[in-house]
Write a protein that binds this ligand. Sequence first.
Ligand code: TYD
Length: 213
Amino acid sequence: MGKKGVLIAVEGIDGAGKTTQAYLLVEKLRKLGVKAEYTTEPTYGRVGDILRLHVAKMKKREPIYEALLYTADRFEHVKKVIQPKIRKGIVLVSDRYLYSTLAYQGAAGLDEDWLRKINFFAPKPNLTIYIDIAPEKSLRRIAKKRRTVFERLGYARKVREFYLKLARKEGFLVFDGTKRVEVLHEEIVSAIVKRLKRLGIEARGSLVSVQQS
Ligand code: TYD
């Protein structure tokens, strides 16, 4: 088979700090000599555009419609980005992935087995970083755009419960999203570098750099 990359998913509720931490992780891994790249869901592909431009702004939730669209977007993501990058031996950090659908659409009332079934084509991530935070805190951090804060708070609480259940079942690496950005970053890097080593990917001078950064 030759070289094989690693898929790392970064998950959490809105405002948990996923995007910041995913970017910082990729940057750090590159400094440590690891071929790392960032990717995100919803993607910037055709279905991703529909999701960001229209579905996110819909007043009423349509869980089945959302599940199918997020999954279709993931299908393109897997075929066009994830599989080719992993084949090239890249450590790919995905800002949201499969478990976003299980947590968000699961919290919207859909059956987990059905959600897993329609996502059968999506390879399981090798590692999943879950950044945990109370919705009261995370929603305060972000603009109150789409739905009303009240509606979003109740839903976010449910999404978090789903994530925490998945974290136990799937063995996510759980981090405290209330910590300072740099502190959280260091914790994530040291956990990931250790796991990458087990997967055969060595970070150059990793321990020294991790402790000093
Ligand atoms: P988010 O990462 O918050 O994107 P942005 O860059 O706009 O902040 O994702 C957008 C929303 O999509 C977020 O509320 C979670 C939701 N979502 C799902 O409900 N299911 C999914 O499968 C995915 C990938 C995202």
